[in-house]
Design a protein around this ligand. Structure first.
Ligand code: FES
Ligand SMILES: [Fe+2]
Length: 392
């Protein structure tokens, strides 16, 4: 069955209607393994997608293999501290090159015939290529046979990739969010963020399609029932919808309270406007990032889709400066992590329940609240447009 049979044009057009009469993406988009790869190639590849946190390359001269929706990818921090991303495959016979993360002294060596690459991806050694004892061969040059580099960029500690190579410039892509958050946190503040020494990272495994995690993150509607704790200090009526553009939406709270342990609080962004101290913003950056900012910390969740019904959520919290990330801030940081961990764990049953519901012939996209689900509808429209373009 072709993709257009699995997702008929009429189903896509239903999503693009005004929200009052729109339907969501049909069940097959969540439940069909063939569409998982289709989405990788048409929803993720053509734009900037989150790959991993830069901190997963802890030192200069370090390589880490990453599975990106079934594609073997290699992240490297070279000896000049520059992060590069390559296809993790040897140019010779296509063996996967790096299997485990770890430091690289000089060259990355393929385990099969020992061809070796430097951290810029250039092919540097080809032992016995011209016969035993001959490490070069007539008519063969290493030039142009290095690793295939993937366009990459960094922002807020996240490594982004553009697999197709022809997305808009990353700076243009991120500008609407970067400028928006710099109005809160101050110019240049995002580059100065620090990952805490402890309790800054967490990982959750969900048995659900990646899109359901984004949809759930887009709306605050479920707060009173799914997050009673959060709703007690940041209630539903203190949230507003954010429809930022056609690839970002989410919600804002007007009632954020500083994390405080035994009278201590974390350092706050110095430039944060005084009349907006209690605001926080929670924005989905399509396709696979869930981001949050408040006066004393930011967080990012990278969704790593593993299968159509399986996703890893990797969360990293970053703090305002070195002081916040040091020993003194440890108790507050751990409170912050504890609170977010609870919230994101509480979401799992809802997201997994929606996944199971997509097995039902009694549902095929559902309907939206014309008021509360507007940010989720922005995401559905983004998805449906990408499907439509790919199927043209
Ligand atoms: S496949 Fe890597 S050296 Fe042969
Ligand atoms: Fe939630």
């Amino acid at each position: 069955m072709s993709v257009s049979q699995k997702i008929p044009v009429s189903a896509i057009q239903r999503v693009q209607k005004p929200i009052e009469s729109a339907s969501g993406m049909p069940n097959s988009a969540y439940d069909d393994p063939a569409l998982f790869e289709f989405e990788r190639d048409h929803l993720f590849a053509s734009t900037w997608a989150g790959l991993e946190f830069a901190s997963e390359l802890p030192e200069a001269g370090y390589a880490r293999p990453v599975d990106f929706m079934g594609l073997p990818i290699l992240m490297v921090r070279d000896h000049d501290n520059k992060i590069r991303v390559f296809h993790n495959v040897c140019s010779h016979r296509g063996m996967v090159l790096v299997h485990e993360p770890g430091p690289v002294r000089k060259l990355i060596r393929c385990r099969y015939h020992s061809w070796s690459y430097d951290l810029q991806g250039d092919l540097k050694a080809t032992p016995h290529i011209g016969g035993v004892g001959h490490n070069s061969a007539e008519g063969f040059t290493c030039e142009g046979k290095g690793l295939k580099e993937i366009r990459s960029a960094q922002w807020m500690g996240i490594v982004f990739i553009n697999l197709s190579g022809d997305a808009i410039e990353f700076s243009d892509y991120i500008a609407p969010l970067c400028e928006r958050w710099e109005k809160l946190a101050g110019k240049g503040s995002i580059e100065k963020l620090r990952v805490g020494q402890t309790d800054s990272n967490m990982q959750l495994h969900i048995n659900a399609n990646w899109k359901l995690a984004i949809e759930n993150y887009c709306e605050a509607y479920h707060l009173p029932w799914v997050h009673p704790d959060l709703n007690s200090y940041s209630p539903l009526d203190q949230h507003v919808n954010l429809m930022i553009n056609d690839y970002m939406s989410g919600q804002a709270t007007l009632n954020y309270t500083l994390s405080e342990v035994s009278g201590h609080t974390l350092p706050t962004f110095p430039a944060w406007p005084e009349d907006r101290m209690t605001e926080g913003e929670y924005i989905s950056l399509f396709p696979n990032l869930m981001l949050g900012v408040q006066i004393d910390h930011v967080f990012a969740i990278i969704l790593q889709p593993r299968a159509c019904d399986e996703t890893v959520e990797k969360l990293q919290i970053s703090f305002v400066n070195e002081a916040a990330s040091g020993v003194d801030g440890a108790a507050c940081r751990s409170e912050v992590m504890k609170a977010w961990k609870l919230v994101f764990e509480e979401d799992i049953f809802a997201v997994e329940g929606m996944q199971r519901g997509r097995k039902s012939p009694g549902f095929d996209g559902g309907v939206f609240s014309p008021v509360m689900d507007r940010p989720s509808h922005v995401f559905h429209q983004w998805v449906s447009r990408r499907y439509e373009e790919a199927l043209k």
